[in-house]
Design a protein around this ligand. Structure first.
Ligand SMILES: NC(=O)c1ccc[n+]([C@@H]2O[C@H](COP(=O)([O-])OP(=O)(O)OC[C@H]3O[C@@H](n4cnc5c(N)ncnc54)[C@H](O)[C@@H]3O)[C@@H](O)[C@H]2O)c1
Length: 369
């Protein structure tokens, strides 16, 4: 088996600034869009991020259809609903189709072009592993948490109910055309959501930094088969350490005070930087462990008690995370120690075998990843 010799850095265009959401209508007018589909969830549909987008579309005479039934922890069933909505809308009025997606992007919609969307979804979910069949409709992603970083990734995560499993569709063609990072959109985030999505940033940054290096992976037969999750590579190292520094400095502040503009802005940038990191390197054990738990909670738990366990929390609680990094640390101790140092640990006297060891001393565990 030939080893990989190349890596690819692919990311969406990202626009950051308080209030940039108001520009979306102008972007679409530039793109000659006549009609767009706006996707969000019922909760966000009544909040200012969505209202600002719809106002910008009206101001720029862009017709739109609002799909506000996106699920937290989406499933193939909720994808189907979005397909049917797009298909119905499509058969009547679409021209110059465009997509706007609010929230974390299952990304599915852009893959779920009305014709044959679900059959492709089944093929991919059944691990046929075929690459996305061609260029997809442009997608503008507007994250409202800080966050998944999914405005930069070509990954759509969903729960596949027939298998009661959380899985994903990953291909560079799923990446949004534009990610709109507007810190005003995360101001209304409840502390619990700020905490769980903040842990996602932490995990994305550390996991993509400590993933198996790309050179130790098999070389694909054709470039289109090179996976989005290609293993750790130098492409986004600087972004990841920046993301970790911001998490270390601003995460708690952003959770405790949603009006702390500096903390909110830095956490949103950290989410995107960590997104570029894991979107091109991948995640590993913590996320892998979280899927069965959040997948179960989304598809199998008794409907009445189906409380969504945010995926970013299931593999992230301290005891588990410490255990995970104790396990992974020996694979690349130097990188775990670097991450520990960025998060505040004193590693000046650390030996490689100390990597992953937790000191249980509050926020700055010494010598642990
Ligand atoms: N595609 C990717 O690359 C990728 C990466 C990581 C996670 N994910 C997926 O993203 C999902 C998690 O997304 P998330 O962490 O952004 O949470 P979320 O978007 O699912 O939101 C969680 C809850 O918070 C509410 N909420 C979100 N933003 C708000 C705001 N600004 N104000 C008030 N309420 C708000 C939502 O309405 C929802 O009820 C999971 O399904 C996970 O699998 C995808």
């Amino acid at each position: 088996m030939a080893s990989e010799y190349a890596f690819e850095l692919a990311s969406s265009s990202i626009r950051f600034g308080p209030g940039v959401t108001r520009e979306i209508g102008m972007d679409l007018a530039e793109m000659k869009a006549k009609r767009v589909m706006v996707l969000t969830d019922p909760n966000l549909a009544r909040l200012s991020p969505v209202a600002t987008v719809l106002e910008s579309l009206r101001d720029n005479r862009i017709a739109f259809s609002l799909f506000d039934r996106v699920h937290v922890e989406p499933t193939d069933v909720s994808f189907r609903e979005a397909i049917d909505f797009a298909t119905r809308a499509n058969s009547t009025r679409w021209c110059g189709r465009r997509w706007i997606h609010h929230r974390h992007r299952e990304g599915g919609e852009s893959l779920l072009h009305p014709s044959g969307g679900l059959s492709r979804l089944r093929q991919r979910a059944d691990r046929k592993g075929k690459p996305a069949p061609g260029p997809l409709k442009p997608l503008i992603a507007v994250p409202t948490t800080a966050g998944t970083g999914s405005e930069t990734t070509g990954v759509a995560i969903f729960d596949y109910t027939p298998l009661h499993a959380k899985t994903g569709i990953a291909h560079r063609r799923l990446k949004p055309l534009l990610g709109i990072l507007d810190p005003e959109n995360t101001r209304s985030m409840p502390p619990q959501v700020a905490a769980t999505s903040g842990f996602d940033v932490l995990s994305h940054a550390i996991e993509s930094y400590t993933a198996i290096p790309y050179q130790r992976r098999p070389r694909p037969d054709r470039p289109v088969l090179r996976p989005a999750y290609q293993g750790s590579n130098p492409s986004a190292t600087s972004g990841r350490s920046k993301a970790l520094r911001w998490v270390s400095k601003y995460f708690v502040r952003a959770v405790e005070d949603p009006d702390d503009d500096e903390a909110r802005q830095k956490m949103q940038l950290a989410a995107s930087y960590a997104g570029v990191g894991f979107g091109n390197a991948g995640v590993h054990l913590p996320h892998g462990m979280s899927y069965p738990v959040s997948g179960w909670s989304a598809t199998s738990a008794p409907r009445a008690s189906r409380a969504t366990i945010p995926s970013c929390l299931t593999g992230c609680r301290d005891p588990e995370r410490a255990a995970v990094f104790r396990f992974t640390a020996q694979a690349c101790p130097e990188r775990h120690l670097v991450a520990a140092e960025i998060l505040g640990a004193d590693v000046s006297r650390a030996r490689p075998e100390d990597a992953g060891r937790s000191s249980r001393t509050g926020w700055s565990p010494s010598c642990s990843g």
